[in-house]
Design a protein around this ligand. Structure first.
Ligand code: BG6
Ligand code: MG
Length: 214
C-alpha cells in the first residue's frame, strides 16, 4: 500500500532536461539587449515563470524596459526556445524516468504534472508522454508562479485529491517552497535535494519507488 495516492511532477529538470534550451534562448535575447547573462543567473530562473525570469535578467543587467518591450522580448525568447524544443524526441525521456513512471502507474497511483511552463503540452508530446498523465496543471492555468502553491493545488484538484494525499517532485527550491506552502510532502532532486526543505532528498528519479512504497 503506497503512502500516497497521487504524485505531482514538475516538468523541466524532473521529467526531462530543458535547462540548456532556456539558457541558449535567454542568452540570445540578453546578448541582443547587450546585458550580461550566465549560468549563475540561469540557475535562478528554475521554476520561475517566463515574465518573472525576464524581470530577474533585466534587474541583474540593470536595464529597465516598458511593459510592451518586455512582452516583445519574452515572445522573442519563447520563439527561439520553441525552435530548440523542436529537436527533442522520445530519446530525451530517460529509461529511468520512463520505467519509474510505469511502476508508479502500475501501483495505481494517479500521476499529474505541475509546471510553470506554458510549453508543457508541447514538451510532453515531443518526449512521447503527450497522453500519459492523468492531469496537467501548467503555466496556462495559473496566475501566480512558484513559490506560490497554485500550480500544485490545481494539479491535486484536477486528479481529485487533497494535498495530504499527494507527493510533489521538484528540482527547484522555489518548487519545494511551493509544495510546503500548499501542504504537500515533497521529493527534491538536484538543487532541490540540497536545499534542506524537501521531505525527501533523492539521488535519482528511481528513488520514487521506495519513497512511494511500490
Ligand atoms: C519552468 C522552468 O518549468 O518553466 C523555468 O523551470 C521557466 O525556467 C518556466 O521560466 C516557464 O517556462 P515557459 O516554457 O512558459 O517559458
Ligand atoms: Mg523544474
Amino acid at each position: 500500500m503506497s503512502k500516497y495516492t497521487g504524485v505531482i511532477f514538475d516538468l523541466d529538470g524532473v521529467i526531462c532536461s530543458t535547462d540548456r534550451f532556456h539558457y541558449q534562448a535567454w542568452k540570445a535575447v540578453a546578448d541582443k539587449l547587450g546585458i550580461p547573462f550566465d549560468e549563475t543567473v540561469n540557475s535562478r530562473l528554475r521554476g520561475v515563470s517566463r515574465m518573472d525570469s525576464l524581470e530577474i535578467i533585466l534587474e541583474n543587467g540593470g536595464r529597465v524596459l516598458s511593459e510592451d518591450e518586455k512582452l516583445a522580448v519574452a515572445e522573442e525568447k519563447n520563439e527561439i526556445y520553441k525552435g530548440l524544443l523542436s529537436s527533442m524526441t522520445e530519446a530525451d525521456l530517460s529509461d529511468e524516468v520512463k520505467n519509474t513512471l510505469l511502476a508508479l502507474r502500475s501501483a495505481g497511483l494517479k500521476l499529474a504534472i505541475g509546471s510553470s511552463s506554458k510549453n508543457t503540452k508541447y514538451i510532453l508530446k515531443q518526449i512521447g508522454l503527450g497522453d500519459f498523465f492523468d492531469a496537467i496543471s501548467d503555466g496556462t492555468n495559473i496566475t501566480r508562479s512558484k513559490p506560490d502553491p497554485e500550480v500544485f493545488l490545481k494539479a491535486a484538484e484536477f486528479i481529485g485529491l487533497s494535498p495530504a494525499e499527494c507527493l510533489v517532485v521538484e528540482d527547484a527550491q522555489a518548487g519545494i517552497e511551493a509544495a510546503v506552502a500548499g501542504g504537500f510532502d515533497s521529493a527534491g532532486i538536484g538543487d532541490a535535494a540540497a536545499c534542506g526543505k524537501a521531505t525527501y532528498a533523492m539521488n535519482g528519479f528511481a528513488d520514487l519507488k521506495a519513497i512511494c512504497g511500490v
